[in-house]
Design a protein around this ligand. Structure first.
Ligand SMILES: *Cc1c(COP(=O)(O)O)cnc(C)c1O
Length: 350
């Protein structure tokens, strides 16, 4: 069978990559942490607005080089979020049909975004049906089920080759603490933390990896006790925390985990808007809360250094949810006590 189409598809993705520039590493300094520098790797500036742009690119290249994606192969994914948006973008670039499988209660705004990039949405009644339904759909359409939760960790080249870890460590080159004490990241597929953790080990850095996990996610209990029972409620922080232990979550490269209360994620997200002058998504709040906890330990121990965490997406996608106080009080609950803790930590007590 001719490889002409696949060759062209790979070149099309490479050309898209060549037109893109690297994402910024934003430096933050606070009076309360004079000897600690914070960095945010800003993944919101990708063409499709989140770190899932990297994942989608990797998954397409992996599928093409494996011969799984061919001319006219329909692409199926279980995602109602950023992954579906980014994969729809690449499907359109390659002229392939794209179908995202999602629960029927998915917000209209998200469906619109996927359709904006030419994707179709396919609905199931309950969220735990998305995996089996994606599989079934792929078989009946002779399509390819991308399966981000399985392939995220292996589709990305952990040795470097412009992966996110390689990029951020190189950007630290001229900083006063170029080798960070900690990298802090949350887990959705777990793919990003797997790439960062492996890269740290591969480069023999002393940096440690903290994975932060929201309420109602199974990753944190699984890491500590091997308990992989499904959680029943599901994470309320979009993009992170899962009801089942995903195959792409690699606990052996994680040095420590921290559970972050949802209220803490939200107040940190709001505080970051004041610090940065623009809105970030809720998982960035979770990440930054974890970074601040680590900074506090370093400060207490008189240990200077740097901490990197990720700005995963912008807040514009969440104006009617996490940025709506009424929605927050209905869905997340009281956040006041975390606001007090945060202000105390960053020295903004009134
Ligand atoms: C996917 C996602 C994450 C987590 O990244 P993984 O590599 O899937 O673990 C964090 N924040 C947002 C907004 C995401 O979409």
């Amino acid at each position: 069978m001719s490889r002409a189409w696949a060759n062209n598809a790979i070149e099309t993705i490479q050309a898209d990559f060549q037109r893109s520039s690297d994402t910024h590493l934003i430096k933050l300094q606070f009076d309360a942490f004079a000897d600690i520098d914070f960095y945010l790797k800003d993944e919101s500036t990708h063409p499709t607005g989140s770190l899932k742009h990297r994942l989608a690119r990797s998954l397409y290249l992996y599928g093409l080089t494996n011969g799984w994606i061919r001319q006219d192969t329909p692409i199926i994914e279980s995602s109602s979020g950023s992954t579906a948006v980014s994969e729809a973008y690449f499907a359109r670039l390659l002229g392939l049909p794209f179908i995202a499988v999602m629960p029927k209660n998915t917000a209209a705004r998200k469906i619109q975004q996927i359709e904006f990039y030419g994707g179709q949405c396919h609905f199931v009644d309950k969220s735990d049906q998305i995996y089996a339904e994606s599989q079934r759909l792929a078989e009946s359409l002779k399509g390819h089920y991308m399966d981000q939760f399985t392939y995220a960790e292996r589709a990305t080249d952990w040795r470097g080759n412009n992966n996110i870890a390689c990029s951020m460590f190189e950007q630290m080159h001229y900083e006063r603490f170029p080798q960070p004490e900690w990298v802090v990241m949350s887990a959705g597929t777990g793919g990003t933390s797997a790439t960062i953790g492996r890269y740290i080990r591969y480069k023999c850095f002393n940096t440690r990896l903290l994975v932060v996990d929201p309420d109602n996610s199974v990753f944190y209990p699984f890491y500590h006790s091997g308990n992989d029972r499904l959680t029943s409620i599901g994470s309320k922080i979009e993009g992170i925390g899962r009801p089942r232990v995903e195959p792409s979550f690699v606990p052996s490269v994680v040095d420590e985990m921290l559970q972050v209360p949802d209220g803490a994620s939200i107040v940190t997200m709001n505080w970051l808007e004041r610090v940065l002058g623009r809105k970030v998504g809720p998982s960035t709040g979770t990440n930054m809360w974890g970074a601040l906890q680590k900074a506090q330990r370093m400060k207490d121990a008189g240990r200077p250094g740097s901490i990197i965490t990720l700005l995963c997406d912008s807040g514009e996608r969440y104006l009617d949810t996490y940025y709506n106080p009424q929605w927050v009080s209905n869905h997340i609950g009281e956040t006041e006590k975390y606001d007090v803790q945060l202000k105390r930590m960053v020295g903004e007590e009134s």
